[in-house]
Design a protein around this ligand. Structure first.
Ligand code: ATP
Length: 324
């Protein structure tokens, strides 16, 4: 295998707090080991357009606490085509890049897997997405911060809900997975949680509103945006019709969930994953994702992370029924 001397690092897909800590770790570990590290700006878009800059130790100073990504990110249509990926490969060759570390979600890893089969360039993935929906890792970078952001916001909503005796349907991110809704719901003491992984759960909410809200008055129901009943607004409208005596409100937390300074937990896993990704490349590994399972760093084939589905722990959902 070719000796790795120059590596590229990029962030792709949705931004997530802690991506900067991972970029910093990649750059510093690379330089420590005598490699040249190049930042590829704006994800695959920047790769195609040759936005590739040499990074030194100072270029990643003072970024560990910053949300977003200093490299910027993008969703790139052109990369879906062979022609787009060919352009990207040619740009990597022009800069003399031997291998690429990609920080992103399953879409980004799918693209990396396809490109590394078409062209002889090793890719290593670092899971960076607030959704925590990647198979093979207990945590993705950004999930813990997003969770804490949601909890802080819902605690505030809770004050109003209690003061006015209202029922709030709070919609959080998670188009295909309910990890944010489930975990934040538990942490906020929500009375109900609606996630894409559980079908037909609206009847549970009906039952809850019939039996319990009459006594308890205020309630928080967490709704993942990909929930199959059509999101918090549509569910709240249905419930308003069925329970006209209740004061039902909706809050959509939206993009506040993505931003903000990363939590200590996210900074630490990002640093560990970034360091390990560089070491794995130097060990001639490729097409793997760096994950963390039971607190230990693990290597998972990229193909598995995109093909296999990470399951939510349904026992936690059952627990919510007991605790509410
Ligand atoms: P997040 O979980 O935050 O949404 P993600 O990495 O899953 O992150 P996507 O928008 O799905 O985000 O993918 C990011 C980019 O990866 C896409 O814009 C595209 O450039 C590339 N990509 C995704 N899927 C493919 C694919 N099947 N083939 C080639 N490239 C892909």
């Amino acid at each position: 295998m070719k000796e790795i001397k120059k590596i590229g690092v990029l962030t792709s897909g949705g931004d997530a707090p802690g991506m900067n800590a991972a970029v910093r770790a990649v750059v510093r570990t690379g330089i420590y080991n005598g490699l040249e590290v190049y930042g590829i700006r704006r994800g695959y878009q920047g790769m195609i357009e040759g936005e590739i800059v040499l990074l030194d130790t100072d270029s990643v100073s003072g970024i560990i606490h910053l949300g977003g990504t200093i490299l910027q990110t993008a969703r790139c249509k052109e990369f879906f085509s062979f022609e787009g990926r060919k352009k990207a490969y040619e740009q990597l060759m022009l800069s003399g890049i031997d291998a690429v570390i990609i920080i992103g979600g399953d879409g980004s890893f799918t693209g990396a897997g396809i490109m590394s089969k078409e062209f002889d360039i090793p890719f290593i993935g670092i899971p960076g997405t607030i959704d925590n929906d990647l198979y093979g890792t207990d945590y993705t970078i950004g999930f813990d911060t997003a969770l804490n952001t949601v909890v802080q916001a819902v605690d505030k909503i809770h004050d109003t809900a209690t003061s006015h005796g209202r029922i709030f349907f709070v919609e959080v991110m998670g188009k295909e997975a309910g990890f944010v809704a489930l975990q934040s719901g538990i942490a906020c003491g929500a009375e109900g949680i609606l996630i894409p992984e559980e079908k037909g759960d609206l009847n549970k909410i009906r039952k809850y509103l019939t039996d319990r809200a009459r006594r308890k008055k205020s309630s928080i129901i967490m709704v993942a945006e990909g929930e199959d009943e059509g999101g918090a607004i549509s569910i709240a409208n249905k419930m308003k019709e069925e329970f006209p005596d209740f004061d039902i409100r909706t809050t959509i937390l939206g993009h506040v969930q993505r931003g903000g300074s990363p939590s200590a937990f996210d900074r630490i896993i990002a640093s560990r994953m970034g360091k390990d990704a560089v070491e794995a490349l130097m060990d001639n590994q490729k097409s793997i994702m760096i994950g963390v399972v039971n607190g230990e760093i693990v290597h998972v084939p990229l193909s598995k992370t995109v093909k296999l589905h990470k399951m939510v722990n349904m026992e936690l959902l059952e627990m919510v029924d007991i605790l509410s």
